[in-house]
Design a protein around this ligand. Sequence first.
Ligand code: ATP
Length: 360
Amino acid sequence: MSTIHLENLVKRFGPFTALKTMDLTIADGEFVALLGPSGCGKSTTMNMIAGIERPSEGRILFGGRDMAGVPMGRRGVGFVFQNYAIFTHMTVRQNLAYGLRATRRPADEVARRVGTMAELLQLTDLMDRPAAGLSVNILQRVAIGRSAVMEPAIFLLDEPLSNVDAAFRAVMRTELKQLQRTFRQTMVYVTHDQLEAMTMADRIAVMDHGVLQQVGTPLEIYNNPANLFVARFIGAPGMNLLRGRPVETAGAMSIDLGELGLTPTLTPEQSAAVRAAKGEVIYGFRPEQVSRGLGMAMPVNFVERIGARTILHLGQGKDVAKVVLENDAGFETGKDLHFLPLPSAVRLFDAASGIALRGH
Ligand code: ATP
């Protein structure tokens, strides 16, 4: 069993706390992405799982076994870093076979496993090429293959795609997911790229400033962000967040957004959550979850065309929002856009704490 259990994990570097009390259980065969902005503590967490760094407090258990004092080489983990670490004087085949040879596997087994891995990663035609001279894209593929061919029960990847080009990154996202489906390893994947996390992970652990913000499936995190940080960080563009005061007229609850006026009426669940909050709230809606029509009006300030879709930047100053439209018609810069946030997709947050208000 290769479950990973992080229990009250803390990491301090001198007076600086890089990770504050992390608790996370990763199931056997699960793909979990640690996602967050630069400096949030992702790599620090990963390095402690790998055995490169020692926790200041707390425990790491693999399949129930405490890893304290167990060196990296004896933890049964495969590790791939942002910068590929491969032997440039060797061929692709020799690189892929390196670990298996070092552990004295029989030659026919080495050939078979290396062959399978080469096919999975589309390296078959390059097997006898020296690594020196291959592109960064291919080198990173070799680095992943070299680690994966060992079939570690736990596979740790720290920003493995951040140095490869965009087109190749898209291909590799699919290949890595396939690799994990084939071998069913427990996979922990560090990234600051939400697209990588959303497309590959079974669950995402969102981190900020050394604090775990939310753990959930990609859709849970997208649909129900636990707080304002996650709401802003997930989604491209992130969720629109407008501050206001709840007002209730004849049993209909809405949010008074000041100069922007009243929001459309909230659903009964949202109304109940807002009533319990007592105080200012943040009215949240995703730029892509709006329909055209009466509800809210904000002036179109700037238009960003990204091929199939158009992003409209609305309003100015603190009252700004973005709306994503599927077509490029029916609006004019400088004029009001009338739109209605999809009522069931509206999310509300406590303005003081930033925590999501749930209507149940
Ligand atoms: P990045 O993607 O930029 O690496 P990250 O989320 O992986 O970001 P970490 O590398 O885990 O972040 O770093 C978290 C914080 O801990 C950062 O502020 C970093 O400067 C600090 N830090 C990391 N390693 C050390 C160290 N050995 N000594 C002192 N501070 C460190």
